[in-house]
Design a protein around this ligand. Sequence first.
Ligand code: DAH
Length: 341
Amino acid sequence: MDMKERLQELAEAARKRIEESDVPEKLNEVKVAYLGKKGELTAILKSMKDVAPEDRPKVGQLVNETRAKIEELLETSRKKLEEAAREEQMKAEVIDVTLPAKKAKIGHRHPNTIALEEVERIFIGMGYEVVEGPEVEYADYNFTKLNIPEDHPARDEQDTFFINSSILLRSQTSPVQARTMEEGKLPIRMIAPGRVFRSDEVDATHSPSFHQIEGLVIDKNITFADLKGTLQEFARELFGPETKTKFRPHHFPFTEPSAEVDVSCFKCGGKGCRFCKGSGWIEILGCGTVHPNVLRMCGIDPEEYTGFAFGVGLERIALLKYEIDDMRLLYENDIRFLKQF
Ligand code: DAH
């Protein structure tokens, strides 16, 4: 076979392999196989010494032409592959602006928080301040200064989480009353929301940790009538303008007289239904006029100042307002439950 034919065949074989190359790596292989140091075309160049001297310029030219042809084919093919790859990538990255957007999931307030903010709004509207006290508290504040005697059942270790004999997890928000009075700034008009702890088993209406909102007003000439008016207004704002209140005599060591307050059932309007267990009334809080012993122990002269106090269960308000029948739902953080508020 003469040189021309050999070169033509070689070029043809290279062209075929170039056409079959579907990735740039394969083109590289072809380049190495033909034009590389040990490549086929290079081998032919090396064999020039066997060509008759008068034919060498012609053959040399042919070899160069073949090399140029293969190089050109490689270059065009490489460009094509790169172009295709770029297009492929563009297609993959295309943004369809007509597709519905992914919804941003925004969190929201817990029903306890919603209820608390509602209660705060009502009392702030009546000129109250919102204060806080510690969750780890002295027995002195939780009991003694609140006129709770040594032998009171609340002091039992079965009911209260003691850390040692003088420090405990507060079982009520009432100690904030004593702390506020001791600051000595009068008059006082405050509410104190916060977490409280009791050694209770978990069930639909109990939890070892729950929340209360304490209320305290101290001023000259404060009477039980002020308490009644305030809580009546609170109940109307919270449960609707038709709401009636009923004060039932009760006992708390730190108030005298003391009462429990029922509101007329906002579901049936007081006729009696399943929600109020047929009675037409729902209990919501405890209250009373501050006991002179408490005032005295907190540095206030009961001859000069009087006051009233109340304590509301926050979970109880949330459960009532949103008609939730199991307190545990408020603590489980099940998103399907929380989403509804
Ligand atoms: N601390 C009481 C409790 O946990 C609730 C309470 C009742 C608070 C009467 C008061 C009050 O301030 O006057 O059961």
